[in-house]
Ligand binder design. Structure first.
Ligand code: SF4
Length: 336
């Protein structure tokens, strides 16, 4: 019999597992507290449940919490972790400390099949989806787990290509019986698979960021193949028209590449696409691979974009690059 992984189950699913054995919701909550709040990796150490329940659980379930295989520390104190699932899928996770804000960047797939040209993960290929438990374990199993305040789904993979597991992971991360991290501190990034974006907006309160690259469809198509199926203007319109709850953030991520997408024409395109909306824009440094001919836009150019967007009434910021020396920055995760 294949044992069930407790990490990745909702409180209701834990109850479904133990109710037929004669146990109740209080026991299910004790189990979820031990897994999600204390990261108990051995069922025998689950607190506040009868010994008989532990014995029964041991025969049908695993905690589902497992440690990373390796880690690498950046000069800026970010840490990249390598995980491997039981069936051999590998993926990376990055811990990013920044004063009181400690973020974990999780992967949702081993590799990715979206084929974005500016992203090194795309070259690693696609090795499979991660389960909700494998996504949540990336937060629980790192040594800094107790300090985590924010979670971003910006590691390997396209979250909307593994939507069911991503939605479940979001609900575990934000639930009181789960990790109890506010949905305001959880952000999921996408290249814009429209049906997935639509469901994501409706089914969670977590933040969403759309990876843009270019405000112009023809140009975006060359970098992000998904643009051929779901044009950027339609996705941005969907985001603009969605009735967003207070404090939920919808944003665009704009990777800036010198001379390619940082011209005045692109700036005007960004203003036009965002006109009349509350969507904010994050300007990101481009992180080239060693054999790349392209470079990130200069700090001055990025400031120029930021200033002009803000003057036009668009909320804009520049995201600090972290972990570049250990290939842990945006777009560089590729199991090296
Ligand atoms: S940018 Fe995101 S969606 Fe595109 S290939 Fe990289 S990981 Fe996949």
């Amino acid at each position: 019999m294949v044992k069930k992984s407790l990490c990745g189950l909702t409180a209701d699913e834990i109850l479904d597992l133990i109710e037929p054995l004669g146990y109740n919701r209080a026991h299910a909550v004790s189990i979820s507290n031990s897994i999600y709040k204390k990261a108990v990796s051995d069922i025998s150490y689950i607190e506040k449940i009868p010994i008989r329940l532990k014995e029964e659980l041991l025969s049908i379930a695993l905690s589902g919490i497992y440690l990373p295989l390796a880690s690498e520390v950046s000069a800026d104190k970010s840490v990249k972790y390598l995980f491997r699932t039981e069936n051999g899928k590998e993926f990376e996770t990055v811990y990013i400390p920044d004063n009181k804000r400690n973020t974990v960047c999780v992967s949702t797939q081993s590799g990715c099949r979206m084929g974005c040209l500016f992203c090194i993960t795309a070259r690693y290929g696609f090795r499979g989806n991660l389960t909700a438990g494998e996504i949540v374990n990336q937060i629980l199993a790192i040594p800094q787990a107790a300090k985590v305040t924010h979670v971003v789904f910006m590691g390997m993979g396209e979250p909307m290509d593994n939507l069911e597991n991503v939605l479940k992971a979001c609900s575990i991360i934000t639930a009181e019986w789960g990790l109890s991290i506010s949905s305001r501190n959880v952000t999921v990034s996408t290249v814009g698979i429209m049906p997935g974006v639509d469901q994501f907006l409706q089914k969670t309160d977590c933040n969403l960021t759309l990876s843009l690259y270019s405000p112009f469809s023809e140009e975006r198509k060359k970098m992000i193949p998904m643009e051929n199926k779901y044009p950027v203007q339609k996705i941005v319109d969907m985001m603009k028209n969605f009735p967003v709850k207070k404090k939920r953030r919808l944003s665009l991520a704009y990777v800036m590449v010198k001379d390619l997408n940082d011209t005045d024409w692109h700036l005007e395109g960004l203003k036009s696409i965002l006109k009349g909306s509350k969507i904010r824009i994050n300007l990101l440094h481009y992180h080239p691979d060693w054999n790349d001919q392209n470079y990130s836009s200069s700090a001055e150019r990025m400031q120029f974009f930021k200033h002009n967007l803000i003057v036009s009434g668009i909320s804009a910021s520049i995201r600090k690059s972290r972990g570049t020396d250990i290939s842990a920055a945006c777009g560089l995760l590729a199991i090296r």
